[in-house]
Design a protein around this ligand. Structure first.
Ligand SMILES: *Cc1c(COP(=O)(O)O)cnc(C)c1O
Length: 468
C-alpha cells in the first residue's frame, strides 16, 4: 500500500475545473481560448502529480500542497510567456552593423512600408498594362539593370541559392575552375566546395592557398570545363606572399577559351564608401563593366535590403537561369520582392546614405555619435548614480556580415558598470526585456554603441536602462 503522505499529497492536488474557475474570476482581463487554458492547467497539475509520484520521501515535496489560487497564478504567468512571440524586435547596440544573428540589414522605412503594402493581394505575376500573366522578376529587373549596367537580372532567396542555381544552370556535370585561395566558408555553413557539389558541377581547384597565377587557370581548362569562377573572399584576408588573378584578367582568360566567367561578389556595394574610412570594396557596376558574365550577391549585406540573392549578367545566361526548374524552389516571395524593389528605388531616386540604414550607420560621423552618447548619458546620470557608473567612451564598431573583416570604425559608446548588481544578470535582463536590448560586454562593462541604434530608439534605450 502506498505511503500515507503520498496519498495525502495526491488527494490535495487542485481539481482542474476549480483552477479554471478561479482563473476566470481573478484574471478576467486576459482572455485565452478555453481549450488552451484547460490544457495549461492540466499540464501544471500533471507536473505536480509526477513530482509527488517520483519523490522518495515527504521532505522532498517542499511547497506542497498548493492552493488552487497559486496554480491559477502559475497558469497566468505560463500563458503570458507562451503568448510572447518568439521572433521579436531587437535594439542592436553591439555596434556591429550587419549582425547575422540579428537579421543582418535593418530595412529602410520605404522598404518596410512596401512589405506591408504587398502583404495583401498585389500584382506579383500580373502585367497591369496588358492584363495578362507577368513575371515576378519584372519588378526588379529594369531597376537593377539601370543601377548596375547589367544586361539582365533575376532574384532568388539568398546568395547561396544564387550561386547554386547559376552553377547548376551553366555547369551541371561539367568542370568549374576555382582558385584554392577562394574556396571559402561563409558563416552558417556556406562552403564553396559543398555548394558546388550540391549544384552538380565538378570543382577543379587550381593554384595554392596564397598564390594563383593566370597560367594555373589556362593549364586547367579542357573540353569538360564549363565555367571560370571567382569568389570574393569577403570574411578573411590572405596577407604576405600572395598573388591572385583579378576579375579583369580572368575575363580575358575566359574570352580566350570561349568560357563564361562568374563571380560571387558576396556583399555587393552599389555606392562607393571609401571616403568614409571604409576599405575600397568592388562596386557591382565595376564588375559588370569588367565583363563578368554572371554576378551574384546578397540583398541583406552592404546593399541594405531584405534577404535575397541577386543574379546579374548577360541576357543569354540570366534567361537560362530563370528557366531552370530549380528556380521554382528558390524564388523569392512577394514581400521580399517588395522590400527589395523599394530599397533599390532609394538608390535610384533617393538619398541612399541617409535612407538606407546600413549605409547611414556605416557612414555616421564619430563627432555626431559622441553628441548622441553624451546626450543620453546626461539624461541617465541622475538615475544611474545609485545603481551604476556611466561613462561615454571611445571604441570601435564593425561592419559584420562577413564584409570588411579588418575595418574598424571609430565610435562612442555608453559604458555601464553596475555598482553591486551582477553584470551578467543585467545583460540577461536587457536581453529578455521588451524591447530586447543587446550590447557588448568588455572589461566588466556593458558597452552600448549608438552607431547601430536608430535615433528614434534612444528613448526606449533610456527606458530599458531605467528599469535596471
Ligand atoms: C555572404 C556570402 C555568401 C552567402 O550569402 P547569403 O545571402 O547569406 O546566402 C556567399 N558568398 C559570399 C562571398 C558571401 O560573402
Amino acid at each position: 500500500m502506498a505511503e500515507n503522505w503520498r496519498q495525502h499529497h495526491l488527494r490535495s492536488l487542485p481539481a482542474v475545473d476549480v483552477v479554471v474557475n478561479i482563473y476566470h474570476r481573478e484574471y478576467s482581463a486576459t482572455r485565452y481560448p478555453h481549450s488552451l487554458l484547460v490544457s495549461v492547467v492540466q499540464e501544471i497539475v500533471a507536473g505536480l502529480r509526477r513530482q509527488i509520484l517520483a519523490a522518495s520521501g515527504d521532505e522532498e515535496l517542499t511547497g506542497l500542497p498548493v492552493t488552487p489560487e497559486k496554480v491559477a497564478f502559475w497558469v497566468d504567468s505560463n500563458l503570458r510567456k507562451m503568448e510572447k512571440p518568439s521572433l521579436r524586435r531587437v535594439i542592436n547596440a553591439t555596434g556591429t552593423v550587419l549582425h547575422t544573428n540579428m537579421g543582418r540589414a535593418p530595412l529602410a522605412a520605404a522598404a518596410r512600408q512596401a512589405m506591408a503594402d504587398a502583404a495583401g493581394f498585389c500584382n506579383l505575376e500580373l502585367d497591369l498594362e496588358e492584363g495578362r500573366r507577368g513575371s515576378r522578376h519584372s519588378h526588379i529587373e529594369d531597376i537593377l539593370i539601370s543601377l548596375t549596367g547589367a544586361e539582365a537580372a533575376c532574384v532568388v532567396n539568398n546568395n547561396a541559392a544564387a550561386v547554386m542555381l547559376c552553377l547548376n544552370t551553366v555547369a551541371a556535370g561539367k568542370k568549374v575552375v576555382v582558385s584554392r585561395g577562394e574556396l571559402v566558408e561563409i558563416g552558417g555553413s556556406f562552403r564553396i566546395p559543398d555548394v558546388m557539389t550540391a549544384s552538380g558541377a565538378r570543382l577543379l581547384e587550381v593554384g595554392t592557398t596564397n598564390k594563383t597565377h593566370p597560367a594555373d587557370y589556362r593549364r586547367a581548362i579542357d573540353e569538360e570545363t564549363a565555367l571560370l569562377l571567382k569568389v570574393h573572399t569577403s570574411n578573411f584576408k590572405v596577407v604576405g606572399f600572395t598573388a591572385a588573378v583579378d576579375t579583369e584578367e580572368l575575363v580575358v582568360i575566359g574570352r580566350e577559351h570561349g568560357l563564361p566567367v562568374m563571380e560571387d561578389l558576396g556583399s555587393g556595394l552599389l555606392v562607393d564608401l571609401s571616403g568614409f574610412g571604409l576599405n575600397r570594396e568592388p562596386l557591382v557596376s565595376e564588375r559588370i563593366e569588367a565583363g563578368v558574365d554572371l554576378l551574384t550577391l546578397s540583398g541583406d549585406k552592404l546593399l541594405g535590403g531584405p534577404q535575397a540573392g541577386l543574379i546579374l549578367g548577360r541576357s543569354e545566361l540570366v534567361e537560362r537561369v530563370k528557366k531552370n526548374q530549380l528556380m521554382r524552389a528558390l524564388r523569392p516571395d512577394k514581400v521580399t520582392l517588395a522590400a527589395l524593389e523599394a530599397t533599390l528605388r532609394v538608390y535610384r531616386f533617393g538619398d541612399p546614405l541617409r535612407e538606407i540604414p546600413v549605409l547611414a550607420m556605416l557612414t555616421a560621423s564619430p563627432p555626431l555619435l559622441k553628441v548622441r552618447a553624451e546626450r543620453l548619458a546626461k539624461l541617465l546620470h541622475e538615475h544611474c548614480n545609485e545603481a551604476y557608473t556611466l561613462d561615454v567612451a571611445e571604441d570601435y564598431s564593425y561592419v559584420g556580415g562577413g564584409a570588411m573583416p579588418l575595418t574598424r570604425l571609430l565610435t562612442y559608446v555608453l559604458a555601464i558598470k553596475p555598482k553591486s548588481a551582477s553584470l551578467s544578470e543585467w545583460v540577461r535582463k536587457l536581453r529578455t526585456g521588451d524591447p530586447v536590448l543587446v550590447g557588448r560586454v568588455q572589461d566588466d562593462r556593458l558597452l552600448l554603441d549608438l552607431r547601430t541604434v536608430a535615433e528614434d530608439e534612444e528613448e526606449e534605450v533610456i527606458r530599458c536602462l531605467m528599469s535596471l
